[in-house]
Every structure is written in structure tokens, then in C-alpha cells.
Design a binder for this molecule. Structure first.
Ligand code: DCP
Ligand code: MG
Ligand code: MN
Length: 335
């Protein structure tokens, strides 16, 4: 049984993936998203390969792995570790950056400032740093937010949200997406997608969150309401009733029925899958977003000369079909 975020099937190349993941984490914490993404993509390619890599040639033959990455894979196979990991990851500066950027609401720039100010521990942040409200919540519930939950708890939390939503408006459709829908054994948060008939006012999210707050289920708000065209989202913390329950991250997204399939695909992820399928759409002269699939766009460099037209996408399957791709169920969308 798999251990990496609970995928299905056997894990190959665990050591290689673990070493490369250390570099990805270090680059991300230090704000080098570009390098971090390079390692994330390589890890994804190695996972997709699905058998034990034994030689340089074999590594290089994997689609998405070039000579440089293949050499790193070989070094790990031979030495059990990477020299680069020693240089980049195992120093105090990086470890502090990784710790600070794990706090919800903290990015590389803030972490760097704190590090320069001489802060080294979460206790330093609690007592000496100037914190936003989000960061205060992130620090207070640091351990709970880091913890991943099993599917049963995601379902229990989903049921609470669904009940509150349907009490307010029975025509709403409530679904769990994110890593849960991709079939992961553990989930970092609960992602709830609420689809509303197009004629219902979007204020419905404020009512649902208000209701859940009133009963004490929602305990802290991280982002009260964020508007993204026709979508609204809420990010916060919740806690199931009863003794010994942990605080859990809860995201609720409200979208109109007309954008259901593209929204479902987007909020199901993974983030890496979304990037690849969007890039693929762009390369086919189309554009895919959480709102729609568009064709007939005319670009001249950065300028868009013609906005194109929205293709009907009643189901996720219809998105794959129009992109001339074979359908991939959520369980196969990790990369
Ligand atoms: N998403 C995205 N790009 C991002 C962040 C998120 O496309 N930068 C989309 C894809 C994700 C979904 O939103 O799958 C939910 O985001 P989460 O951060 O909740 O990620 P997951 O649910 O996939 O994983 P986890 O179990 O860590 O929550
Ligand atoms: Mg999630
Ligand atoms: Mn989420």
C-alpha cells in the first residue's frame, strides 16, 4: 500500500522521490517557484512511470526527464542521497524558511523578513513577530493544519456542510472534491463544491457559513468571501462536535450550474493536472479555466484580438472529448 499522500498501488522509486521532494520543498519555501516546479514535474513523471528505475538510460527515457535530472536520479541510486540536498536543504536558514512558510498565510517574503529579524522558532513568531489575523490562526492551529485526515472525517465534515446548505436551499448540489474526490487515503483539507441553479443569488454562501458559524462548527475564518467572477469561495477552520476533535481546514466553493463541469474539474485537481490540461488546451488554440472551455481565440503575441466562443461542457467527459483526450477519472489526475 502506498504511503505518498495515499495513492493506490505499489510505490516505486521512493528514495529518489523523497530526495527530489526535499529540493522541491526547499525551493518553494525560498520563493524559487520556477525551480520548485521543475522538481515537482520530475517527481510526477517518475510516479507516472510506475516501475523501478535502475540505470541512467532508463531514467532519461522517461518523458519529462532530461539528462540533468537523470544524472541526479543516478546519484541517488548510487549514493542513497544527493549532494545538492546536503547543500541546500540541511542548513539552518532553509529549515527556518520551511518551518515559517508552513504557517498558513506566510509566503517566502515574510518568512525571509522574519529570518533576517533573527526569529528561528514558532515561539519567536508568537511572541515577537507582527502577525496578520490569518497568520495568528495559522500559528494557533499549526499542528492541526499540518495533520492530514482520513476519508471518514472528510465525509463527516462534508455531511455537516451539506446539511446546512440544503436547509437553506434544497436545490443546491453539494459535493466533495479536491484530494478526496481523487481517492486519496488522507486529505489535507475538505474541499466542498456547491453548485447553485443560475437564478439563485450568490449570497447563499454567506448564509451557509453564517449558519455553520452559529452552531460552532466553523471556528475561524481565513478568507471570509473571495469573489472570482461567477465563483465565490470561503476558506476557514472547522471542528466536528464531540471530544478530542481536531481543527480542520475547510474550503467551500459556490459556482453556477452553467459552469459546473469546468469548476468540478478545477476544484478536483490536482493542481499539477490543472496546469497540464490547461497548457494542452492553449496549445490546441483553446482556453480552459474553472469557468469555461473557450475556442476560436485569436492571439497576437500577448494581445487577444478575438475572445472566441464558449464551448458547451455539460460534463467532465465532454471537456476531455473536446480536447481530444481520453477520459481520466479523478483517481488518475495526480499529474
Ligand atoms: N488548485 C489549483 N491550483 C492551486 C491550488 C489549488 O488548481 N494552486 C485546485 C486543484 C486542487 C484543488 O484546487 O486539487 C484543491 O486544492 P487543495 O489545496 O485543497 O489541494 P488538494 O485537495 O488537491 O490536496 P490536499 O489533500 O493537500 O488538500
Ligand atoms: Mg484539498
Ligand atoms: Mn483546499
Amino acid at each position: 500500500q502506498s504511503s505518498n499522500k495515499g495513492g493506490i498501488g505499489m510505490d516505486y522509486n521512493c528514495q529518489v522521490i523523497a530526495e527530489l521532494q526535499k529540493l522541491a520543498d526547499a525551493f518553494r519555501s525560498n520563493g524559487d517557484q520556477w525551480r520548485a516546479h521543475g522538481y515537482v514535474k520530475a517527481i510526477s513523471a517518475i510516479r507516472a512511470y510506475g516501475s523501478e528505475i535502475k540505470t541512467f538510460e532508463e531514467a532519461q527515457s522517461i518523458s519529462g526527464i532530461g539528462a540533468k535530472m537523470a544524472a541526479k536520479i543516478c546519484e541517488i541510486l548510487e549514493m542513497g542521497t544527493l549532494r545538492k540536498v546536503g547543500e541546500i536543504c540541511n542548513n539552518e536558514k532553509n529549515q527556518v524558511m520551511e518551518l515559517f512558510t508552513k504557517v498558513w498565510g506566510v509566503g517566502p517574503a515574510t518568512a525571509q523578513n522574519w529570518s533576517i529579524n533573527g526569529f528561528r522558532t514558532l515561539e519567536d513568531l508568537k511572541t515577537k513577530a507582527h502577525l496578520t489575523n490569518q497568520q495568528k490562526i495559522g500559528l494557533k492551529h499549526f499542528d492541526d493544519i499540518q495533520d492530514r485526515m482520513i476519508r471518514e472525517e472528510v465525509e463527516e465534515i462534508g455531511t455537516m456542510v451539506k446539511k446546512a446548505a440544503l436547509d437553506i436551499e434544497p436545490r443546491l448540489k453539494v459535493e466533495l472534491c479536491g484530494s478526496y474526490r481523487r481517492g486519496k487515503v488522507t486529505c489535507g483539507d475538505v474541499d466542498v463544491l456547491i453548485t447553485k441553479p443560475d437564478d439563485i443569488c450568490i449570497e447563499i454562501l454567506i448564509q451557509i457559513v453564517g449558519q455553520l458559524r452559529e452552531t460552532g462548527f466553523i471556528t475561524d475564518d481565513l478568507v471570509k468571501i473571495e469573489v472570482n467572477k461567477t465563483h465565490k469561495k470561503y476558506l476557514g477552520l472547522c471542528r466536528l462536535p464531540g471530544a478530542n476533535q481536531r481543527y480542520r481546514r475547510l474550503d467551500i466553493f459556490v459556482v453556477p450550474q452553467s459552469e459546473y463541469a469546468t469548476a468540478l474539474m478545477h476544484y478536483t485537481g490536482s493542481a499539477l493536472f490543472n496546469r497540464s490540461i490547461r497548457l494542452l488546451a492553449t496549445n490546441k488554440g483553446m482556453s480552459l479555466s474553472e469557468h469555461s472551455l473557450t475556442a476560436g481565440i485569436v492571439r497576437e503575441g500577448k494581445d487577444i484580438l478575438n475572445d472566441g466562443y464558449i464551448l458547451p461542457t455539460p460534463t467532465e467527459e465532454s471537456i476531455f472529448t473536446q480536447l481530444e483526450l481520453q477520459y481520466r477519472p479523478p483517481e488518475e489526475r495526480d499529474h
